[in-house]
Ligand binder design. Structure first.
Ligand code: SAM
Ligand code: SF4
Length: 333
């Protein structure tokens, strides 16, 4: 479907991808993401199901073709499935892809209904296959629930991609096994560098692991061939000859891919952040709740295009404050 009012930013980047956070809450406490006593937002501040739907439709009318639902943990929100079903009805009618990023703990109960609503792929975050390390890293002993969720996704016919944050002294020695395991079950894997977003209990820089070093170590054991695939996202992919699988690297710290950025993010309170690493935002909730929501949304989206920065400026160093005070779980990862 062509769009007569596409979202194009000041650097001529066409924005077609929305990451929509449906909640800031989560049933895990990954130590690099949020503190154990994370302060969640009062429910009244969160957009209603109707508002999330209306906002998504306005975005689709402006040329957004891909929506990824995220959070916090999207599946902890009770009416989340209704939103997926409502958005699923837009597939083929402006929307080309509807996906979600989940920690997988509650996927076993929902995989089937997600697939029936039109979801074809899910990203599942899993940093370790070791039950003790998982429990320590996430604060919850729920590795088995995640593995069941992955099995359910396979059975429902959902393509699975595993996302793993590479963490020095936590999972670095285990990454080859995690990759072999995922490739063995037909799943792509993407490794991610930890980003300085929001205060946590530990010193993030102690666990920061630059991915070029990880790649070098993997190349001592495997042959990696660069792939031309570019999904418009920040991941750069290789084929691992020995496993046959695809491996992605997201390197916000060591390498910047902002020039091809095609995305915007909206928090569960309707704040559109033009960049994950920036503070530039427009308030879509105020627009939605105004007397003239259509006009106000239109105006806010145009403003977002004007303020989207050229690139982020992440920096991670011992003792330094996070680049942004917002946690990834707030902006929507
Ligand atoms: N709860 C869901 C999950 O974990 O998949 C969705 C939201 S979570 C914020 C999305 C992704 O962000 C996860 O893959 C998680 O590992 C990653 N993440 C969270 N905090 C991060 C940080 N500070 N740096 C890099 N990745 C982070
Ligand atoms: Fe929750 Fe995802 Fe953050 Fe882990 S990374 S605490 S699962 S929001």
């Amino acid at each position: 479907m062509s769009c007569d009012k596409p979202l194009v930013d000041a650097f001529a980047r066409r924005i077609t991808y929305l990451r929509l956070s449906v909640t800031d809450r989560c049933d895990l406490r990954c130590s690099y993401c949020m503190p154990e006593l994370m302060q969640f937002l009062p429910k009244r501040e969160i957009l209603s199901l109707e508002e999330l739907h209306k906002l998504s439709l306005a975005m689709i009318a402006r040329g957004i073709t891909k929506i990824r639902l995220t959070g916090g943990e999207p599946l902890v929100r009770r009416d989340m499935i209704e939103l997926v079903q409502a958005l699923g009805r837009k597939l083929g009618d402006g929307l080309e892809e509807l996906t979600l990023t989940t920690n997988g703990t509650q996927l076993a109960a929902h995989a089937d209904v997600l697939a029936r609503a039109g979801v074809k792929r899910v990203n599942i975050s899993l940093d370790t296959l070791d039950r003790e390390i998982f429990a320590k890293l996430t604060g919850r002993d729920r590795l088995n629930d995640v593995l069941e969720g992955i099995r359910a996704a396979d059975e429902a016919g959902l393509a699975v991609k595993i996302n793993a944050v590479a963490l020095k002294g936590v999972n670095e020695g285990e990454l080859p096994d995690l990759i072999s395991w995922a490739h063995g079950r037909g799943a792509d894997v993407t490794l991610i560098e930890v980003m300085p977003l929001g205060e946590i209990e530990e010193e993030r820089s102690e666990h920061y692991l630059p991915l070029p070093a990880v790649r070098d170590r993997l190349e001592e054991r495997w042959s990696l061939t660069d792939l031309p695939d570019n999904t418009g996202g920040p991941a750069r992919y290789v084929r691992v000859a020995e496993t046959g699988g695809r491996l992605g690297f997201i390197t916000p710290l060591t390498n910047n891919f902002c020039a091809s950025c095609n995305r915007i993010r909206v928090t569960a309170t309707g704040q559109l952040y033009a960049c994950l690493g920036g503070a530039e935002k427009v308030d879509l909730r105020a627009a939605l709740r105004s007397d003239t929501p259509e006009e106000e949304l239109e105006r806010a989206l145009n403003e977002a295009m004007m303020i989207k920065p050229e690139r982020h400026h992440f920096a991670i160093a011992p003792g330094a404050a996070p680049t942004q005070p917002r946690h990834m779980s707030v902006t929507g990862g």
